[in-house]
Write a protein that binds this ligand. Structure first.
Ligand code: ZN
Length: 92
């Protein structure tokens, strides 16, 4: 199977991200640690496989976010994300 056949966009990870962050994270802005590009999580490229989900930067291909589900746990590697801006539902 070709890599491109496994690739979706960040919207495909919306369900697991909602479980992890409680709210829809696809509109959150992430800054790539590899190249500094900033954009909505929905624009990251998802590579799903049996071991979990990898969301890669569409600009430089850095793995920005990795999620692995094990028994009773969601393990998250955010080392590829420099900054994450999450829309707040609370007005100050
Ligand atoms: Zn990048």
């Amino acid at each position: 199977m070709q890599t491109e056949e496994l690739r979706l966009d960040g919207n495909a990870a919306g369900g697991v991200l909602r479980e992890l962050f409680v709210q829809d994270m696809t509109a959150a802005l992430g800054t790539c640690a590899g190249c500094g590009a900033t954009g909505p999580v929905a624009t990251l490229l998802e590579y799903g496989h049996g071991m979990g989900i990898v969301l890669r930067c569409p600009t430089c291909d850095t793995p920005v976010l990795r999620i692995v589900r094990t028994t009773g746990l969601l393990r998250v590697d955010l080392s590829g994300i420099r900054f994450l801006s999450i829309p707040s539902t609370i007005d100050e």
